[in-house]
Design a protein around this ligand. Structure first.
Ligand code: ZN
Length: 244
């Protein structure tokens, strides 16, 4: 029995700011396009998603299964933080255990008719990434990285890993692309411009979006109010996901 309607999106991220991108995508698909979405927080050792949604309670069990927590806008959410006694407790499990937890989150959570599930991945190509690719029916990967990372081994490895495991890559998102001057609106490409396009060409992948550094987004995330964010930088990514 398949609990899901459609797609699992996995994002390999390498810098904390990438979290905003995922939250933004989720928001756009949930609120603006009326899909039922869910987040599986597979970043087990550094789960930060519940906080961005101002969720501090614990998930409850129903028989052998776990009931996901629902956010203010109706996103179903499962994270290891929702199972810990205190959300500030550190998670000290090792690779194989963590892998088991991700599978359990997928299989033992009572997801309610999800159209799109976003899986938040820890940085890099470690145990969790491998486990997600092996045990979840992933339809596509969005690789989010800074300009430097996009031209580095980190992203090369992520691309290769997905290709070796026959997981389609939806495309790349350049994070921390630029800062917009609040006075004149001029875009300042503090990490250089144009390198990402070259890297995308080299990987044979579309560059779906460029995401600026935006203090407002950071503040909403810190305040647990991510669902209030308005912005359109990543609409191209949403379109690419919905076309799949
Ligand atoms: Zn200016």
């Amino acid at each position: 029995m398949q609990p899901f309607g459609r797609t699992v999106q996995v994002s390999i991220r390498h810098i904390p700011n990438a979290l905003y991108i995922e939250l933004y995508l989720i928001r756009r698909t949930t609120i603006d396009r009326c899909y039922r979405t869910a987040i599986l927080d597979a970043d087990i050792t550094g789960p930060s998603i519940p906080k961005a949604f101002c969720i501090h309670g614990r998930a409850v069990a129903q028989g052998d299964a776990i009931v996901p927590v629902t956010t203010a806008t109706g996103i179903q959410l499962m994270s290891v933080n929702l199972l810990l006694e205190h959300e500030t407790d550190p998670v000290i499990w090792r690779g194989p255990v963590i892998g088991g937890v991700v599978q359990q989150f997928w299989g033992d959570t009572l997801w309610n008719d999800v159209d799109y599930m976003f899986v938040d991945m820890p940085p890099g190509t470690g145990d969790v990434a491998l486990n997600v690719f092996q045990s979840l029916p992933v339809d596509g990967v969005i690789i989010v990285a800074s300009p430097q990372d996009l031209v580095s081994m980190v992203v090369q490895k992520a691309v290769k890993m997905a290709q070796m495991m026959n997981i389609p890559i939806v495309g790349l998102v350049e994070n921390m692309s630029y800062v917009e001057c609040p006075d004149c609106g001029k875009k300042l490409y503090i990490f250089g411009e144009g390198k990402t396009e070259e890297a995308a060409k080299e990987y044979g992948l579309p560059l779906l979006a460029k995401m600026p550094i935006d203090p407002q987004l950071a503040k909403l995330t810190d305040d647990g109010a991510i669902e209030q964010f308005q912005g359109h930088w990543l609409d191209g990514v949403v379109d690419a996901i919905l076309k799949k």
